[in-house]
Design a protein around this ligand. Structure first.
Ligand code: ADP
Length: 293
């Protein structure tokens, strides 16, 4: 028998205990006596309460952050549209009447406004990645890859990329998020290429109740000191003139993978290509069907 109770110290203060009672029996199974052990569980209780508090806090701070990102990006769009619209009108109607210096300033303003628009759009997309009580649906990861490649078709043709893949499994995912992950990772493989045309391989292996995917490229590679940083929101290692982008792609991949209970990381060396790895654990969603190609 086991139960929890509260005991009182000599000074009147109380503390929680767990009491275990075991009956000791003789050879013919008759009860001889009972032994009770009393264990002070105040530390354990404190630990559980602390864990609960931290989980609630984390949940709230995540929700707050999501809401902040959503509201900020949504509300910022309106005034930004007004600014962008006005400078564009200025360019259209007054370009002839103004000198070169003034026109140059207008170009800077137009460029800055459209860059900000892109950042806000990205932030909005990122904040919408919330799971919203949705259930995971069975997805053919080969179809997700095909959609990603179709969306990247212009870049694939321009760079004369060759993309190969292992047989890819059926897995359970939230809506079209796997397509986003493939698209971001392969898009990066095309963008951060070196002089030779990109070769990309998408791998998938089964490992400990999870699928372990990888996207390997032969591009410029990444210095190991930046392996963590590149997954942060708006973190980039290059200027916009070297390579375009806002630095949100990998942050989105990380968010999507973590929403599925998985992990994402990179292996790379400067000049030696990069391999991005991510796992999608089955969780309660083991898909029994065989891999498709
Ligand atoms: P963006 O592509 O807009 O810069 P990402 O979040 O997708 O944003 O990537 C962050 C940074 O990580 C990139 O700016 C780049 O420096 C580095 N990076 C990502 N993918 C690769 C890759 N395949 N090869 C080399 N560097 C990469």
């Amino acid at each position: 028998m086991q139960f929890e109770s509260t005991l009182q110290r000599a000074d009147g203060s109380t503390f929680p205990v767990q009491i275990d009672v075991v009956a000791v029996r003789d050879a013919s199974d008759q009860p001889l006596f009972r032994v009770a052990t009393v264990q002070d569980i105040s530390e354990r209780r404190k630990h559980i309460a602390e864990l609960g508090r931290r989980t609630t806090e984390l949940f709230r701070s995540n929700t707050d952050l999501e809401q902040f990102a959503y509201v900020a990006s949504h509300d910022l769009q309106e005034p930004l549209r007004a600014v962008a619209g006005c400078v564009q009108l200025l360019r259209k109607r007054y370009a002839e009447k103004l000198d070169d210096r003034a026109n140059e300033y207008i170009e800077f303003a137009v460029d800055g406004a459209s860059r900000m628009q892109r950042l806000i759009d990205d932030l909005l997309t990122y904040s919408r990645l919330g799971r919203k009580n949705e259930k995971r649906q069975v997805t053919d990861s080969a179809a997700s890859l095909s959609t990603a490649l179709a969306n990247l078709s212009v870049g694939l043709q321009e760079s004369q990329a060759i993309v190969t893949n292992d047989p890819l499994p059926m897995i359970a995912t939230y809506s079209s998020q796997l397509t986003n992950v493939f698209q971001n990772l392969i898009g990066n493989a095309l963008k951060f290429r070196n002089a030779s045309s990109p070769r990309v391989h998408v791998g998938a292996i089964r490992h400990e109740a999870a699928w372990h995917f990888s996207v390997r490229d032969n591009g410029i590679g990444i210095d190991p000191q930046y392996f963590e940083r590149i997954f942060g929101i708006f973190q980039r290692l290059h200027t916009r003139t070297e390579y375009p982008g806002t630095g949100i792609g990998l942050a989105m991949c990380k968010r999507v993978v973590e929403q599925h209970g998985g992990r994402i990381w990179v292996e790379s060396a400067v000049g030696a290509g990069s391999t991005f790895h991510f796992t999608i654990p089955d969780g309660d969603y083991a898909v029994s069907s065989e891999s498709s190609v």
